[in-house]
Each structure stands twice: as structure tokens, then as C-alpha cells.
Design a protein around this ligand. Sequence first.
Ligand SMILES: Cc1cc2nc3c(=O)[nH]c(=O)nc-3n(C[C@H](O)[C@H](O)[C@H](O)COP(=O)(O)OP(=O)(O)OC[C@H]3O[C@@H](n4cnc5c(N)ncnc54)[C@H](O)[C@@H]3O)c2cc1C
Length: 370
Amino acid sequence: MAVTSDILVIGGGIAGLSAAAALADHANVDVLEAEEQIGFHSSGRSATMLHYALGDRLVRALTLASRGFFDDPPDDFAEVPIGRPMPVLIFAREDERADLDALDADIAPFAELERLDAAGVHQLCPLLNDAAVHGIADRRGIRLDPHALLQGNVRQLRRSGGALVTGARVASIGRDGGVWRVTTEAGEAYAAPVLVNAAGSWADQVAVIAGVRPLGLEPKRRTIITFDAPNGTELDGLPFAKTVGDELYFAPESGRLFASPMDEVPSTPCDAQPDDYEIALAAFRMEERTVVKVDRIHSKWAGLRTFAPDRHPVAGFALEAEGFFWLAGQGGFGLQTSPAMAGIVASLLVGTPWPVADVTAEELSPVRFG
Ligand SMILES: Cc1cc2nc3c(=O)[nH]c(=O)nc-3n(C[C@H](O)[C@H](O)[C@H](O)COP(=O)(O)OP(=O)(O)OC[C@H]3O[C@@H](n4cnc5c(N)ncnc54)[C@H](O)[C@@H]3O)c2cc1C
């Protein structure tokens, strides 16, 4: 079978689509997505924040390098805003003060932070109870719109001549004559010299189908609930508020509030569903830290955050399989780092300038796992 494109991307989440969009000006790119609609899995189920409490130095550097894109998006992203300003508040009890100091020092190189006392914390988030007495605020947080972001990437991909094929679950992969040959469950065949594995929680499974050694990726489930705010709450001004430890975050969401107990429950790759225990835990922690009573849960969902063993993202060619490129392990930061990661993929595959001064190709390479 003849080659159908230069680069074949498996996975139409934010990782695959942003990389494909960045590549499409330089190469002929096809994206194969198993589901009928894009964003059905992790990319459509997130808390949609850009903030610096996530991850470590490397993740923060990728986030900072992505900021310019979100602040001033390219034309293909102009139709619907891909983000809106939302302050970020990390709050702490007296006994958590040392942890807040440490986080403040970790984030300070990446964002302009304001230190808040009890009055400042309650002024920014009046829903917190009296135990919250310390805080750090980043007034420049961004609440992202993942669907606008995904659609912008699809527009950019198509404008440059690339294609997104949905309902195309890859079932077999083989290398023959210097080309990856891929067949979908429906029997459609594709062939390209370079295969980008951006299958999110399924990336290890896709590698195994291709005869490539898996990385040991770990999908972890996270749960979100939505519920009514107390009568009279001024939702518009509320921040994305997070405990200094990984216990709880909450924020305004479509006229209500959402909250997550920041669970990380190991899972197989699947259509993740919320579990009763984590739903109850979200409500419990919300009532423990705020003045809000969660009388009725309006909606709930869960999604998978998939981590590499060192919790850093992976971008680079597999050592043992020519043309097999990993783009995986976006964990809980895949939206906010997607512009920088897409630029990195383009740099590694088509030679565009390396976009993040503080991050090296070696740090992201799958070769680091041996
Ligand atoms: C509750 C929650 C909160 C989060 N909060 C944030 C946040 O505040 N900020 C942030 O930046 N990130 C956040 N994230 C993380 C972010 O959502 C992920 O890092 C990101 O969506 C991962 O993107 P992806 O493209 O790798 O995965 P996905 O979106 O899951 O895309 C992978 C795609 O591959 C497809 N696929 C799999 N196998 C095949 C196959 N065989 N053939 C074809 N296609 C296949 C799947 O159908 C899927 O659509 C959160 C995630 C969750 C769950």
C-alpha cells in the first residue's frame, strides 16, 4: 500500500491535535481518533485551569512557555475565546504554613505571586471558612476552554491541508519497507514513515500493538462534582481555589461550583466513571474547608490523568523502533502545556526552532526510561 501521509498521529485529544496542527505547515499529517467526537476522553473532562501549582520545575517551564499562545492566540483560535482570566488562590491553615512557603518559593520563578493574610484570603474567596488564614494568589490564572482549544487546533490542521479522521480506532500496526502500516477496526488502511503515538491513557497499549516496549504509563482517575453555591454568592469574582496539599480544589462553573477531591485512583484505560466514594469525598472536603453545604450534587464526571513513571511528559522517538514517536504522559497538565509540547514535537520532527529554553530534549525523551 502506498504512503498516505508523512506523519500519522494516533489520538485526537489535545496532545495529538495540537502536535498535528503545529506539524501541518511542514508535513502532510493525518490524525486518527477512535471516538466519533474529539475530546471525549481526558481532554474534555478536565478542570481546565492554567496554573503553576501543578507539577514541578519542568512542568512549570512548559506552562510558562505556553502562556504567550493563550494570551495572544493565533488566528485559527480567534473564533471562540480559548481562555478567560481567573485568579488562582492557594490557601492554607496555620499548620500548613510551611508547605505554603515551600510552594510559594517553587512557583515564584514562573508567576507573579501575592502573599495574602487571612483578610486577603477571605476577600478573594469569601466561601472559605475561618481555618484558611494564609494564601498565595496568582491574579493571572487562565480558565481554558478545551473545546475551543481543540477546535482551533483542528482548524489550523485542516487549513494547512491535514486531516482528522474520527471513528477510526487503530487495531493493527506494523512496520514494513520503512513505513508504519496502520489498519483501523473498520478496515481502513493508512501508511506513513513516522507514527506519533498520542493515544493518552491508551498510549502503552498502542505501543504494544506496534511491537514497541511500553513505558509503564499509569492512568489515574480524577473526579469532579458540580453543585449550587450558597444563595447570593457572587460567582463571577471567585478564584480557582486550591488547598496547599493535594486535597481539594473548587471554582465557579456555569452558574454553579465545581470541586474535586484531587483523587488519583489507578485505572485501566477506559471511559472513566466517577465512583461513589470520591463523589462523597469531594462533598466532604468542600464542607470541611468552606462555608458551603453540598446539599445536592448537580452533575459529576471523572477523567484519567496519565503519568509517565517520573510524572514528566514524554516526547521523542523510541530507541528500538524507527519512526515510532511517543507523545504521552501529559498527566494533569496536558492542556496548559499543549502549545509548548506541540512546538517541541514540531522541532523534533520537522526541525522548527526549539521553543522552551529551560527544557531539553533529553528530559522529555522516552530513552530516559532505558
Ligand atoms: C479531572 C481532570 C482535571 C484536569 N485538570 C487539568 C487542568 O486544570 N489543566 C490542564 O492543563 N490539564 C488538566 N487535566 C489533564 C488534561 O486533561 C490531560 O493531560 C490531557 O487532556 C491529555 O490529553 P491527551 O490528548 O493525551 O489524552 P486524551 O484527551 O485522552 O486523548 C487521547 C485520545 O486517543 C484516542 N485513542 C486511544 N486509543 C486509540 C486508538 N487505538 N486509535 C485511535 N485513537 C485512540 C482516545 O480516544 C482519545 O481521544 C485534567 C484531567 C482530568 C481528568
